[in-house]
Design a protein. Sequence first.
Length: 247
Amino acid sequence: MASRRTALITGGGRNIGRACVLGLAEDGFNVVVNGSSDRAACEAVAAEAARFGVGTLVVMGDVGQAADCQKIADAAIAKFGAVDALLNNAALRPNKPFLEMTEAEWRRVISVDLDAAVWLSKACLPGMVEKGWGRIVNFAGMNAIHGHAGRTPVSVAKHGVWGLTKALAMEFGPKNVTVNTISPGPIAPDSEEKNASAQARKDSIARVPLGRMGTPVEVAAAARLLVSEAGGYINGQMIAVNGGGAT
């Protein structure tokens, strides 16, 4: 298993993260599944991934904390030798009017949605540079890039992730490390979310030319390309997976 490449996926217990774990396992990557609270879900995904004959590891931790990010990366590197592909998928998307947000609430979103990508990239890049091969995939979001009323820190963080992507792509491209962002449109979750309203879903679909929500597997398909050998000439890009909605 040590000879295989290894992928670390944050927020890997459900939805897009889960689809990425299973897709990369199918492609032959060892997979490190990170979650913040639901260990049972992460263990279940790891068990599914193991059926493809790859190595698996579950590492729980809060990516909104720099120390936890280092521990997550260290655990992955200790087991598999390096993290070859880093997928910064975990995110918070609270909905609260800008003028009602506390400083702590603002900082929490920025830490999880932006700083985590910085901290984990910093922890994983040395191994990628040493091996002369690496992939980092960050995640934005159609609404975040457009600007989303009530989710200002999410939009700020995801624009920051896009800036991080472009800067790291320039700096580490010469080391054969690519860095890209995937920006999903409306994506149906694995199971119905408690706070999702039928009207909100209808409004989201109305903005999509294909007339439906996407699936986590369709987003994972883009991630699988970006971390593959075939995707090695894609660098510093934002790939929209949104059914034709404006990027």
